[in-house]
Design a protein around this ligand. Structure first.
Ligand code: ZN
Ligand code: ZN
Length: 443
């Protein structure tokens, strides 16, 4: 196998030639600069694959304080099964306009599981590095004014701002978007090198040594929390409302429950597997209604389930209210058609908001006459933006909400992802990248 790396005015071109077959694969089209270089180096097994410019930079080493190598969780070849490996890979030196960020913490999102399986359109099929909920500080840059700044790496890091989707308020659909874990190598590595403007600046207290909140909690704001807040906003939740959160124990789900309850002062009925009832103790809901752990039960079970929801709604309504349906249902996880017509759970004029995509796809059932007569509002809700991220960070810092987290180290990511694939976790999984799980920093 041989590697050809050449410099173009705006990009790096990497072609991998299999010398036994003469087959040449071009990785350039879909990959970002940093990821392309890492792939080239990994494929070649040495640092020789660097471009001539980078080789020259190496010999000068403009960034001698940056280590040469780092640990990363990599999927060498994307396939239908999770195949995550802890590997030692080179630390990429930043070019002008780029910065290198030392990642301190990163979340594991449900999407990371999906992104690590494939092939997925627009994602690299080899040497994929996931992770899009990272926080850290800039440690290397050609512009010294960036060094030391705290930043976050989110999934959606750049859009064109000019296309139809960008101008219609759905930049998440922009065809020219840049993403960590897709076009740029993700945050399951110790050092991420990417263009400065692909990172989100965060307040200094996010990584403040003396701050009252452990910084790892803020990773929950970057993707899951922002998505949860956007969903709650899209459901137009008001104080006193009754909100049903389907999948309340998950990453997005428990934050949706916490935000609806503690930030919006709604009453929350959380639904999830019986084994995840503990989420009730963390304040993500007022009443927990379990579903069977082993998937949908018989239709009779679902009739009973529906009555349980109605009883819970009545319990949470002010006394004397005859309305036994919720103001909104927020779907954060797998929804089986066995739940029946979701309009049965929502009162007239209420909302059904879907946020978060289950790995099996999932579907909901709606009875059209109910949607029309009851004037149900149905809304899809994807991610959240910088503003929602900052708002969730404010809620975390103020103590309005406390994300439920389980902290693992970088080498534990493959196992943690496997558990997530099996739905065997509660709350938010957070990875300590630059130290031990108690937050102690590396020297
Ligand atoms: Zn995510
Ligand atoms: Zn656009």
């Amino acid at each position: 196998m041989g590697i050809i790396v050449s410099e173009m005015p705006t990009s790096t071109v990497v072609q991998v030639a299999d010398l036994s077959t003469g087959l040449v694969t071009d990785f350039s089209a879909t990959l970002g600069h940093a990821l392309v270089e890492q792939q080239a180096q990994l494929l070649d097994g040495t640092l020789e694959a660097r471009s001539s410019q980078n080789a020259q930079e190496d010999s000068l080493d403009l960034f001698p304080s940056l280590p040469k190598d780092q640990l990363a969780v990599v999927t060498p070849i994307i396939g239908p099964k999770l195949n995550l490996k802890l590997l030692t890979i080179p630390v990429i030196r930043p070019r002008p306009g780029e910065v290198t960020v030392k990642i301190e913490w990163t979340g594991i999102c449900g999407s990371d599981v999906m992104f690590s399986l494939g092939p997925q359109p627009g994602f690299p099929s080899e040497f994929h590095i996931g992770g899009h909920e990272g926080i850290g500080r800039v440690v290397a840059s050609h512009d010294p004014s960036f060094v030391g700044l705290p930043v976050a790496a989110r999934y959606l890091c750049n859009t064109c701002r000019a296309c139809h989707h960008c101008r219609e308020g759905v930049p998440e659909s922009c065809s020219k978007q840049e993403n960590f874990a897709r076009t740029l190598a993700g945050t399951f590595q110790e050092y991420v090198t990417a263009p400065w403007d692909s990172f989100m600046p965060v307040p200094d207290w996010v990584l403040g040594e003396s701050d009252i909140v452990s910084p790892h909690l803020y990773t929950a704001a970057l993707c899951s929390g922002a998505a949860a807040l956007k969903a709650v906003k899209n459901a137009a939740v008001r104080p006193g409302d009754v909100v049903v959160v389907l999948g309340v124990a998950g990453g997005i789900g428990h934050l949706t429950g916490l935000l609806a309850k503690s930030a919006m002062h709604a009453k929350v009925i959380g639904v999830d597997m019986a084994s995840k009832r503990d989420i009730l103790d963390h304040g993500a809901c007022d009443i927990f209604v379990p579903i069977a752990d082993s998937g949908p039960g018989s239709p009779k079970d679902w009739d009973a389930f529906q009555r349980e929801i109605a009883d819970a709604v009545q319990w949470l309504r002010p006394r004397g209210s005859a309305v036994r349906k919720a103001d909104s249902v927020i779907v954060t996880a797998s929804t089986e058609t066995a739940f029946g017509n979701l309009c049965d759970y929502v009162c007239d004029g209420g909302s059904i908001v879907c946020v978060g995509v289950p790995k099996t796809g999932g579907e909901i059932r709606l009875f059209i006459p109910d949607v029309v007569v009851k004037q149900i509002k149905i809304r899809g809700s994807l991610m959240g933006d910088w503003e929602e991220t900052y708002e969730v960070m404010d809620h975390i810092r103020a103590g309005t909400i406390k994300p439920v987290t389980q902290v693992v180290t970088l080498d534990e990511v493959p196992d943690a992802m496997a558990k997530m694939y099996e739905d065997d976790h509660t709350g938010k999984l957070v990875v300590r990248v630059g130290g031990d799980v108690h937050g102690k920093r590396q020297p």
